[in-house]
Structures are given as structure tokens and as C-alpha cells.
Design a protein around this ligand. Structure first.
Ligand code: AMP
Length: 160
């Protein structure tokens, strides 16, 4: 994997990335709503869904499909929530298109759609203004990404 990937204004370390196609990448979340909550983005920094080229769109969704099959199995889930918050009023906080993949299990939330409230809240700065509260450590993220990398064909994980 490359050393670093742009994610909006952020940099995602290669150690967090577990999947790489021609135009997209999959990486572990620093603040997951649920275990196995990962993100898939176009390699190019594209702010809104409408700005993706046809090739990027096809690649992003094909990548999401390949990744989501693995994630569902790896986290012993029975379903998936696949979500894209497109624009600030839809809850988008990082200005770079990203698909959330969340493994789901029976009764993981009292009300099924509570997941969308959690998704809306989880990336907000907490009331102490501590943006980094509950971020995972680099070691933790790199362990998860390493484990996931093993589950994909070499073509999606070899260094570029
Ligand atoms: P949204 O609120 O839909 O824009 O989601 C942004 C997502 O990106 C949240 O799930 C964050 O936890 C996640 N996130 C933000 N920065 C990083 C980063 N550097 N590495 C991994 N995940 C990130």
C-alpha cells in the first residue's frame, strides 16, 4: 500500500488501508460506530457524489460490494448498513466522498434505524471540545487492516 492516502483534508496512513483498486481504497475507521465499520473512498479527493466520474462511480460501488461481502463474513454479521452522507446537511463531515459499511446483527440496536443517529453523532466533537476522544490507536487500526488485507486477492492489496 502507498505510504499515505488523502481523505479530504486528512491523511490516512497506508497501514490503515486494507484494499486498493484502480480508483478506490478501503480503510479502517478511527472512530467506528460498530466493530468492522469501515470506509471506502475514491482515490481522488472528490467532495460530492455528483462529482464522481462514471469510472470512479463504477469502481467505488464495485469495490464496496467486494469489501462488504468480506466484512459481513469476517465480523459474523447477518446484514449490512451501507451509507453515504452526501453534503453537510446530510451529516457529511469529511469533504471527500466515502461509503460507510457497517456490519449488522440481530438486535444490535434497540431500534433498527438508531444506527443512522449514531452515524450522525459519532464524528462530532464532544462537549469537551476533544476531537480525538475515542479515536483508536494506530496500532489497533493497523492490526485490523492487516487482518483484513489477508482476506482479499493480491490484486487488491499489493503495494503500488
Ligand atoms: P461522515 O460523518 O459521514 O463524513 O464520516 C466521516 C467518517 O470518517 C467517520 O466515520 C470518521 O470516524 C472517519 N474518519 C475521519 N477521519 C479519519 C481518518 N483519518 N482515518 C479513519 N477514519 C476517519
Amino acid at each position: 500500500m502507498s505510504a499515505c492516502y488523502s481523505f479530504g483534508k486528512h491523511l490516512v496512513k497506508g497501514s490503515q488501508v486494507f484494499f486498493r483498486s484502480g480508483l478506490s481504497f478501503g480503510f479502517v475507521n478511527r472512530k467506528p460506530v460498530l466493530p468492522g465499520h469501515i470506509l471506502v473512498s475514491p482515490l481522488r479527493v472528490v467532495e460530492r457524489f455528483r462529482d464522481l466520474t462514471n469510472d470512479e462511480l463504477a469502481d467505488l460501488f464495485q469495490s464496496t460490494q467486494i469489501i462488504s461481502k468480506v466484512i459481513e463474513q469476517e465480523y459474523n454479521a447477518t446484514s449490512l448498513s451501507i451509507a453515504l452522507q452526501d453534503g453537510p446537511d446530510a451529516g457529511q463531515t469529511v469533504e471527500h466522498v466515502h461509503v460507510h459499511v457497517l456490519p449488522r446483527k440481530p438486535e444490535d440496536f434497540k431500534a433498527n434505524d438508531e444506527i443512522y443517529d449514531k452515524l450522525d453523532e459519532h464524528n462530532q466533537v464532544n462537549f469537551d471540545g476533544d476531537e480525538k476522544a475515542n479515536w483508536r490507536t494506530e496500532t489497533d487500526m493497523s492490526k485490523e487492516a492487516g487482518r483484513l488485507r489477508e482476506l482479499f486477492d493480491d490484486v487488491y492489496t499489493k503495494p503500488v
